[in-house]
Design a protein around this ligand. Structure first.
Ligand SMILES: Nc1ncnc2c1ncn2[C@@H]1O[C@H](COP(=O)(O)OP(=O)(O)O)[C@@H](O)[C@H]1O
Ligand SMILES: [Mg+2]
Length: 279
């Protein structure tokens, strides 16, 4: 669905994306994982044509970007990192405005608004101003807005940042349900558990470079399936194992209390970059 080849982005003399090559398949939820400043938003902005790229090639649904920008635009829906609803408008009016901008005929537009408000569970708040909404409700309204023109690919830039765990889970369910209906999703996150809960494949981005791409399970296998953790005076130590019995033997060889756990994407990130995703 999306093919990115040797993508580069420079701001002045700073390289923000450094030869990124990536493909996103139709129907998957693909996660771009990386710490703040890695270049995730820049990549989304380039794919949604809010920023230009300095080098490389991008095709979306076999259309060249930026040459076929108009055709591509109708395929994309985007929920940006920062809340950008019109707080002075009601939920309904926010969607109506988007529908008009996309030249959706009135009858279809109004039907779509009702459908989507129902879908994101905001029907009863349709007439309330967006500024009165909680963080989770605003995100859901932004998702509804991004879906108004029936895009084939949805971009979600840090969709659950700043939300409490319960609200986050509700949004995860919404994203999964959209994907089950056939929508291809590209999301960025610096929450490991979000990438693991939602994404069929992830790419780890650090300082503008792709470190690794694969399914969460494949990535975890790179470091080994098991982690043994123990505490020393200068902090938490861990070691990774592919075979459980070897992990247990190692635990028994230490004369301190240890924990055996499954490895996660944070371990992969630390192992590959020497840094943590959330610092
Ligand atoms: N418009 C811009 N002008 C100059 N530098 C920018 C601009 N936008 C982003 N950057 C820089 O690009 C890098 C990547 O930023 P960003 O894509 O927002 O990262 P992320 O979304 O992963 O946190 C950062 O170092 C940021 O300061
Ligand atoms: Mg960002």
């Amino acid at each position: 669905m999306i093919q990115i080849k040797n993508l580069r982005k420079e701001y002045g003399n700073r390289t923000v994306l450094n030869n990124v090559s990536l493909s996103i398949e139709k129907g998957e939820i693909f996660g771009l994982l990386g710490p703040n400043g890695a270049g995730k938003t820049t990549l989304i902005r380039i794919l949604t044509m809010l920023a230009s790229h300095s080098g490389g090639a991008i095709t979306i649904n076999n259309l060249q970007l930026p040459e076929e920008a108009r055709k591509i635009k109708s395929l994309l829906g985007c929920v940006p990192q920062h809340l950008n609803l019109d707080g002075e408008l009601t939920a309904w009016e926010n969607l109506e405005l988007h529908g008009r901008l996309h030249h959706i005929p009135m009858q279809e537009r109004r039907q779509r608004i009702d459908e989507l408000l129902e879908y994101v569970e905001l029907s009863d708040r349709a007439a309330d101003m967006a500024s009165t909404f909680s963080g989770g409700m605003k995100r859901r309204l932004m998702i509804a807005r991004a879906l108004m023109h029936r895009p084939k690919i949805l971009f979600l830039d840090e969709p659950t940042v700043g939300l409490d765990p319960q609200v986050r889970r509700r949004l995860w369910d919404l994203i999964l349900s959209l994907n089950h209906q056939g929508l291809t999703v590209l999301l960025t996150t610096h929450y490991i558990e979000e990438a693991e809960a939602l994404c069929q494949r992830v790419a780890i981005l650090e300082k503008g470079k792709l470190v690794i791409t694969g399914t969460p399970a494949d990535l975890r296998c790179k470091v080994g399936q098991y982690a043994v953790e123990w505490t020393e005076s200068d902090g938490i130590k861990f070691r990774f194992f592919t075979v459980r019995a070897e992990a247990v033997t190692f635990m028994n060889s230490l004369d301190t209390s240890t924990t055996l756990r499954n490895t996660n994407l944070e371990d992969v990130f630390v192992e590959l970059t020497g840094r943590k995703v959330r610092e």
